[in-house]
Write a protein that binds this ligand. Structure first.
Ligand code: NAG
Ligand code: NAG
Ligand code: NAG
Ligand code: NAG
Ligand code: NAG
Ligand code: NAG
Ligand code: NAG
Ligand code: NAG
Ligand code: NAG
Length: 590
């Protein structure tokens, strides 16, 4: 099994380095940014490394506002996070509602600078603030500015520069106003188009072509009724004429595996071919089981002079314009999106840049190879556990560190190298997490032994505990409860690292298991839970994250734990309701 994987990965690596012919149409597979990568905005920048850049939503995760880059539209690498310092958006630290936070970054390049515009809302109250971050170096978190902030009438801001230098801001409604990028001063907002169905017009994109202003928008809500529509005008303030062929992109009323298609953007590559990016959910029309949430897909587009753009429908297996030659020689601070994780936290290394926290982590919660504990990640527990009092008002910081689940099938494991809990309920564990009200946890936790109460004194011992958190019928698409499982840790496991593992071996269930690292083949399944717990509910706009936590579960424990051997391995992408492709989306040229 292992050998086969090595061989397969090696083949994929070799394939990815074969330059594709530049003249024939290509085939590739969606999604191009698998796993939770919602609300994409993409652009091509010839001036900066002839590269494509896409931004996606981050909600409550930190660092946030990820920017991905590619030279071939296939190999995507994390370039940077526009939001990497709490000072940039301190509100994230006290945002309680699990689907609130930073939504829908639009990335644009103008006059030597990148602009990332985003909106923040705590949801209750529904007050929206716009933020604009800038940089001349998209490959460095620290190079992104402190943001310019301004009040915003609604969500999904977009920037557009006209030829006369005026800068326009569009947002849901669809509203438009001028904006001064130095001062944040805003002109009066007016509604320029209410859309094709006039139902939830949002996600505007403005493009000028052949004397027309083209306004592309998402409609119908980001669920099964989602679709993309377009209108044009010779005057930027309108009136806008809707296209008779609307919607220009949708999966509504189809049986496609890729649903909720919309929130599109359109851009041109170096050869002049057009492409569209959009979000989609791999759920089929049942739209019940989709733990990876809304992902980023790519479609070929055709946009002839004076005509309306045509976007090819979203499928798992795509055929379209020739792709630029495959290359991994691209700059960026993070890994390629589809690479496995192999991290042992050696001294001097940093926390990998694609690792995410839920809001801001407690100060000093994590340390790589602290004194005396080389090749480990030290976790200092938070008093709050992953659920704590969410989504109610108390804000508590969490010792929780994760990465995006980027594959339909995957295996994630870490070794708990050292954990000597002293106080009842001290815990270290792994989680498949979509929100604080929807998560699956497997922890090592100090609990009373079964024989401990017979004579009045409490004897404590480390146990394995599996807990599935959901509110049946309310948070998530699973309308039931999964019982907690507690098992005594086998005595002979105690003197070696303990391996905790979570995997999706099929699309409907997650399996959480434990083993002694000295005999990982003798692993014990502790819990199995349906993936629908990680679909819908508070998590309907985001997607599953996989990682590690430490907590005293509300108690006074402060025992630190040390983990290592962090491994994430994709085991297959479903691209059409049961049709799997292995680790790379690249198939070849046709
Ligand atoms: C949240 O934090 C922001 C920024 O520090 C602050 O302006 C705001 O008043 C806080 N809101 C609440 C409800 O505490
Ligand atoms: C905005 O509208 C108000 C009221 O209609 C008007 O007085 C003001 O001059 C307008 N401002 C701009 C910048 O157009
Ligand atoms: C889906 O079908 C219904 C009923 O035929 C129709 O009214 C609606 O416009 C369709 N939606 C889209 C986005 O095509
Ligand atoms: C996907 O496949 C399952 C059976 O494997 C079937 O029940 C379901 O209807 C299919 N969905 C779509 C959208 O084809
Ligand atoms: C190449 O792809 C484009 C975009 O999808 C399509 O319009 C064109 O027909 C394709 N050409 C061939 C020869 O398949
Ligand atoms: C009570 O039980 C614990 C654990 O079984 C044992 O260590 C302890 O000595 C007992 N105490 C008394 C007073 O019997
Ligand atoms: C969940 O179960 C409850 C009680 O059986 C029922 O009233 C409710 O309709 C169910 N909800 C869903 C979404 O199935
Ligand atoms: C999926 O995996 C779970 C856990 O191993 C198992 O219980 C379930 O039967 C599997 N489902 C199918 C359709 O194989
Ligand atoms: C979280 O901690 C609280 C006490 O602070 C406890 O009541 C609850 O059971 C814990 N839940 C989970 C899922 O960790």
């Amino acid at each position: 099994m292992y050998l086969l994987e090595v061989v397969l990965s090696a083949m994929v690596l070799i394939l990815s380095f074969i330059p594709s012919s530049n003249t024939k149409n290509s085939t590739y597979t969606n999604p191009i940014l698998p796993g939770w990568h919602s609300d994409p905005s993409c652009t091509f920048v010839a001036e900066v490394d002839n590269s494509f850049f896409c931004a996606t939503s981050s909600f409550l995760t930190f660092p946030g506002m990820p920017i991905y880059t590619s030279k071939d539209l296939i190999n995507w690498r994390l370039a940077s996070h526009a939001f990497s310092r709490p000072s940039q958006v301190p509100q994230i630290g006290n945002t309680t509602l699990q689907d609130a936070g930073l939504w829908a970054t639009t990335i644009r390049y103008h006059d030597g600078k990148f602009y990332a515009i985003v909106c923040y809302t705590p949801l209750s109250p529904f007050v929206v603030t716009g933020f604009i971050f800038t940089t001349t170096d998209p490959y460095d978190d620290n190079a992104w500015s402190e943001p310019l902030s301004f009040p915003l009438g609604d969500i999904d801001p977009n920037l557009f520069w006209d030829d006369d230098g005026t800068t326009y801001l569009q947002f849901s409604g669809i509203h438009q106003q001028t904006i001064d990028l130095e001062t944040g001063a805003l002109g009066n907002a007016s509604i320029i188009w209410t859309g094709f169905t006039e139902f939830i017009p949002e996600g505007p994109r403005m493009h000028k072509k052949d004397g027309y202003y083209y306004l592309m928008i998402a409609e119908g809500g980001t669920e099964l009724g989602h679709h993309e529509a377009i209108a044009r005008s010779t005057n930027i303030w309108g009136p806008y004429e809707g296209y008779s062929g609307n919607p220009i992109l949708t999966a509504t009323n189809t049986s496609n595996y890729f649903q909720t298609v919309g929130h599109a953007d359109i851009f041109q590559d170096a050869s002049g071919n057009w492409w569209g990016s959009a979000l989609a959910t791999r759920s089929g029309p049942a739209w019940e089981n989709y733990p990876m949430g809304r992902e980023t897909v790519l479609v070929p587009a055709t946009w002839k002079e004076d005509e309306w753009p045509v976007l090819d429908p979203v499928q798992g297996q795509m055929n379209g314009w020739p792709l630029p030659p495959q290359t991994r020689a691209i700059r960026g601070s993070g890994p390629f999106v589809e690479d496995p994780d192999v991290f042992d936290f050696p001294p001097g290394s940093a926390i990998p840049s694609h690792f995410l926290y839920w809001r801001f982590p407690p100060k000093d919660a994590f340390a790589v190879s602290p004194q005396g504990y080389p090749n480990t990640l030290r976790l200092r527990p938070s008093q709050s556990n992953l659920t704590s009092s969410a989504p109610l008002s108390t804000i508590s910081e969490l010792s929780l560190i994760m990465r995006v689940q980027t594959d339909t099938l995957f295996t994630f494991s870490v070794d708990v190298v050292l954990f000597e809990p002293k106080i009842q309920e001290e815990e270290v564990g792994i989680t498949a997490f979509i929100t604080q009200t929807q998560h699956l946890d497997l922890g090592i936790v100090l609990l009373p032994t079964s024989d401990s109460t017979s004579n009045g004194s409490t004897k404590l011992a480390p146990h394995l505990r599996f807990r599935a958190t959901n509110v049946p019928g309310l948070t998530g698409d699973f309308n039931g409860t999964v019982p907690t499982v507690i098992k005594t840790l086998p005595e002979h496991w105690l003197n070696a690292p303990i391996r905790l593992q979570v995997s999706a071996t099929n699309e409907t269930h997650y399996t959480l298991s434990a083993a002694s690292s000295t005999a990982p083949w003798e692993s014990e399944i502790v819990g199995i839970a349906p993936a629908t717990i990680l679909s819908g509910g508070d998590g309907r706009f985001t997607g599953t994250l996989i990682g590690v936590y430490a907590t005293s579960n509300g108690g006074t424990g402060t025992t630190e734990s040390y983990i290592s051997r962090w491994r994430y391995q994709g085991k297959g992408q479903d691209i059409n309701n049961g049709t799997f492709v292995p680790y790379s989306p690249f198939v070849g040229s046709s």
